[in-house]
Design a protein around this ligand. Structure first.
Ligand SMILES: [Zn+2]
Ligand SMILES: [Zn+2]
Length: 102
């Protein structure tokens, strides 16, 4: 059982229910999770709303569709929380695990 805010036009409504998670940065309902690799196959998994989920690129498991990579559908995108987005940018010299290096 959780509760979160959901955006309704210009305002927010409060909702409750099983499996509802608020964003780790604000209280809006989380539609995404942070995909930052934490090692041992785990990811950060911080719940994130659409505003705080920062797209990092396409998920490595969807490389078969790379020919369509101008627009990344949200379900195929890799998202980081703001803290991990900064960390990834700071260490952008080192390729992330799971990303093809150049
Ligand atoms: Zn948020
Ligand atoms: Zn994170």
């Amino acid at each position: 059982m959780g509760s979160a805010l959901i955006r309704v036009g210009e305002s927010y409504a409060h909702i409750r229910g099983t499996g509802i998670k608020p964003c780790s940065c604000c209280r809006v309902i989380a539609d995404y999770m942070c995909d930052y690799p934490m090692g041992k196959g785990k990811t950060c998994d911080a719940p994130l709303c659409a505003d705080h989920a920062i797209v990092q690129g396409r998920r490595p498991s969807n490389q078969l569709r790379l020919s369509f990579d101008e627009e990344i559908p949200p379900e195929d995108a890799l998202h980081f929380c703001p803290a991990h987005h900064l960390m990834a940018r700071a260490s952008s010299a080192a390729p992330l695990p799971g990303q093809p290096g150049h």
